[in-house]
Design a protein around this ligand. Structure first.
Ligand SMILES: [Zn+2]
Length: 269
C-alpha cells in the first residue's frame, strides 16, 4: 500500500511515470484475475464461486472495463456472463468494494486506545454474519469496524462477546460508528438495505447522521484524526464503562486515549 501511495504522490507532483506505473499495476492485477476465471471465452463458474470478494471485484471491474473500451464481442460476452451470474445488488457491492475496500491499516496511527502504547494493532469489532453474501464482506474491513489495541490490552479487554466490542467501537469512533452499527444490525437480521451508494458508499444518511463528518462515507475522510470525531453522551459513556471495567493504574493511565476522548468530547451533544 505504501508503494501505491508513493505512486499516487508521484503522479500528483507531476510525474506521468507515476500514473502509468499505478495504472499498470492496478490493471495488470485485475486482468490477471479475470483471465484466471475465463476459459475459451466462458466464465468458469466454479472458479468464480471459490474466489474471495476482492478477486471477484477486480475481475468484474476488468470485464466491464474491457467491454466498455475494447468493444469486442468476446469481452462483451464475458462481461455479460459475469453480470448474469451475480445478482445486481452484489455486483454493485463488488464494484464499491473494489473502490473503497482497500488496505489502510498501515497508513493510520494505531496508538493503543487503552494504555497509549504506540504499537497497537487494528482489531475487528463485528464479524460478518454467516449468511451474508461474500460480495458484502468488504464492509467488515472498513476503518470504522476496527479499534487499535496492543496485544496485552487486546487479550485483557477485548473479549469475544460483541457487547464489549461494541463499546470499543462507540468510544473510538463516536457518531461515525452509529452508521456502521446500524448497517451491521441490518445484515445480522438478514436484510440488505438499498440506498444511494454512489453518493454515500458506507451507509445511508438516514442512519442517524447527516454530514460527511458524521460519517456518511466518502473516500476523502478515510484518514481521520480520531480526537476530532463527534461524540455524544452515549459514546462518552461507552468510554467510561470501558475505563471502569478494564482499569489501568499508574502514570501511563493518565495519557490514555479513552480519557482524552471523554475530555475532548464534552459539549458536543
Ligand atoms: Zn495497550
Amino acid at each position: 500500500m505504501f508503494r501505491l501511495f508513493s505512486r499516487i504522490s508521484g503522479f500528483l507532483s507531476g510525474s506521468r511515470a507515476g500514473l502509468d506505473a499505478l495504472l499498470d499495476a492496478v490493471y495488470r492485477q485485475a486482468l490477471s484475475d479475470l483471465v484466471r476465471m475465463v476459459r475459451n471465452g466462458r466464465l468458469q463458474r466454479e472458479q468464480w464461486e471459490r474466489a474471495p470478494w476482492d478477486v471477484r471485484a477486480r475481475a468484474l471491474s476488468a470485464a466491464l472495463f474491457l467491454a466498455d473500451v475494447v468493444s469486442s464481442p468476446q469481452a462483451d460476452e464475458v462481461a455479460r456472463q459475469i453480470v448474469s451470474t451475480v445478482p445486481p445488488d452484489e455486483a454493485e457491492e463488488l464494484l464499491l468494494g473494489n473502490r473503497y475496500g482497500y488496505t489502510w491499516k498501515d497508513e493510520i496511527p494505531h496508538t493503543c486506545w487503552r494504555c497509549g502504547r504506540a504499537d497497537g494493532v487494528w482489531r475487528r469489532v463485528f464479524s460478518p454474519p454467516p449468511n451474508l453474501p461474500a460480495a458484502y464482506t468488504w464492509r467488515y474491513g472498513i476503518l470504522e469496524n476496527h479499534v487499535p489495541l496492543c496485544s496485552a490490552c487486546y487479550n485483557f479487554a477485548f473479549p469475544a462477546d460483541e457487547e464489549i466490542r461494541l463499546l470499543w467501537g462507540l468510544a473510538v469512533w463516536g457518531v461515525r460508528f452509529d452508521g456502521w452499527r446500524w448497517l451491521h444490525g441490518q445484515f445480522s437480521a438478514g436484510r440488505r438495505p438499498t440506498w444511494d451508494k454512489e453518493q454515500f458508499p458506507l451507509w445511508p444518511t438516514h442512519a442517524g447522521i447527516t454530514s460527511w463528518r458524521g460519517g456518511a462515507g466518502v473516500v476523502e475522510i478515510h484518514y481521520p484524526t480520531l480526537w476530532v470525531l463527534r461524540r455524544t453522551r452515549l459514546h462518552r459513556d461507552a468510554a467510561r464503562t470501558l475505563l471502569a471495567r478494564f482499569p489501568l493504574h499508574g502514570k501511563r493511565g493518565r495519557k490514555r486515549p479513552l480519557l482524552r476522548a471523554i475530555a475532548e468530547g464534552k459539549g458536543q451533544d
